[in-house]
Design a protein. Sequence first.
Length: 322
Amino acid sequence: MKGMIVLINVYISNQIPQEIRADLPSTDITYYTSSDISEDLLDTVEIAWGLDKNVISMIESPESKLKWIQSFSAGVDYFPIQQIRERNIILTNTSGIHATAIANTVLLYALFFTRNLKHAIQSQSNQEWDSIPHFDKLQTLRGKRWLIFGTGHIGREIARLAKATDGETIGVNTTGHPADNFDLTVPITEFSDYLTNVDIILNILPLTTETRHLFDDKFFDKLTKLYLFINVGRGPSVDEKALEHALDSGTVQHAALDVFETEPLSSSSPLWNYDQVLITPHESAESNELLPAVRDVFVNNLDAYLGDGVPDTDIVNTKEGY
């Protein structure tokens, strides 16, 4: 394909931070952004990096030459997937680059509760030295059983860290196929058999029709006394009212939540008021390593596209939605 290229127009959404737009491959390529592209040029764009109203217009336009969209994120549930599929546009994500940061954050959540760090933080804030032993409040992660919904890059890295703390790992995926760092994997149709004998349940599933409100009243009612529920996947996978009921009843003792049904989380949400809930503002995937990794995915895919017309990393199955 290289010998056939005359010029490829690439659109970069303002979603893409400025610091990773510099010094991109330039041979046979013209780059445009929201601030410098005219409406008549939109239909000449072949590649789009990110998503905004201009990219939506390209997807919807029958005259558009758009062939490939590179997502800034791993999740693509906010893209018009059906239209992309109908137009035969290739969609790629950044799956895998968030694994280390999210796994570190999940381990922090688990240690926050097992080591009773909230009490230590409050004592420090009050300048109090609490020397009374708290044997009943302090636990370790040794022997904890983790039920992890999602066994992709992130799930495998979380499972690796859980195993490093002498934990036991059970993974839930579509078919029950084996995955590294899991002692056992089960299909998503059979996870109910494992709900009553685990300590930590973690969601990292993508948002699809099947996973929306997967964690609902019916799910939480099957639990007995879960130590910790963690959501770093997608907010709408959890019915927040159902989770509140589970926290009120003690069915779920603790929860660590990074994503929510509506973001930002409303100041009126009851979840803010639970002592046993830790809330972070959708930042579990963030680190100083993220932006360079996002750039690497795009440049690698761009080089492949310039070679044979197809990006070669993290192509989304638009039928499945991830």
